[in-house]
Design a protein around this ligand. Structure first.
Ligand code: UDP
Length: 236
């Protein structure tokens, strides 16, 4: 059997990753293929916790002229919609899943309780962390960093549309150079759009490595878990 490099991971799926080519909303084929890939890494014995974004539905900064806190509350609710869709898709593959929300909504999901989350993971269930950190003015990238520190995940897998971190936008500049390795401080100093600075600092302070890779091929999740060097690795 192939041996995974990690025992416990946080997989951060941006809202965009769930929208497929549509760019907005939830694409059922896309979440089905992501779910299949998640099943494959779970079958390798990896404990998988997922943080979902909400940008495919709503982002706080979309609410121009709106009260920012209200707009962020809407963003956090968007992540819950995604979490429920993902839960449903994973269950189709007979995976046991628990959604935990940072804002209580007990009729829909469990509230976030760290010890319970860890117990679920130990029992081979997938835990989806929804509603971000529960606080406005934060992002789901920061949620991934926070939850990774809390549950002692070894790495954050940041699945993106682009297949790594570049020195300029590869869509605009065909000569853009992809970084294989980066330090947290490089990310912060160069203003690279890996994660927002709050999330990057939290990873730096707690020494949580981040691997940024493309989800155009959902099989990439497994390749990363098996230790293949695809994408960009951020540490130290
Ligand atoms: N959000 C928030 N607090 C958090 C996490 C998220 O207020 O701790 C809100 C914020 O408005 C954000 C939205 O939820 O824009 C969706 O999350 P994010 O933009 O991180 O999603 P992604 O870009 O990963 O799809």
């Amino acid at each position: 059997m192939q041996r995974p490099k990690y025992k416990r991971i946080i997989l951060k799926l941006s809202g965009e990753a769930l929208a497929g080519d549509k760019g907005f909303g939830i694409d059922t084929n896309t979440i089905a293929s992501i779910s299949q890939s998640i099943k494959e890494i779970q079958d390798l014995g990896v404990e998988v916790a997922i943080v979902v974004g909400g940008g495919n539905i709503w982002r706080g900064r979309s609410g121009k002229g709106m009260d920012r806190t209200t707009a962020d509350h809407m963003g956090m609710l968007a992540t819950v919609i995604n979490a429920l869709a993902l839960q449903d898709a994973l269950e189709y593959y007979d995976i046991q899943v628990r959604v935990q929300t940072a804002i209580e909504m007990r009729q829909i999901a469990e509230p976030y309780i760290r010890r319970k989350a860890i117990r679920h993971l130990e029992k081979g269930r997938i835990v989806i962390f929804a509603a971000g950190t529960g606080n406005p003015f934060f992002s789901t990238d920061t949620t991934a960093a926070l939850r990774a520190a809390e549950i002692e995940a070894e790495v954050i897998l940041l699945a993106k549309k682009v297949d790594g971190v570049y020195d300029s936008d590869p869509v605009i500049n065909p000569n853009a150079k992809k970084f294989e390795f980066l330090s947290y401080i490089d990310v912060l100093n160069k203003g690279l759009k890996v994660m927002d600075s709050t999330a990057t600092s939290l990873c730096m302070d707690n020494e949580i490595p981040i691997i940024i890779f493309g989800l155009s091929d959902p099989n990439n999740i497994k390749r990363v878990v098996l230790g293949e060097n695809i994408g960009t690795y951020v540490k130290e």
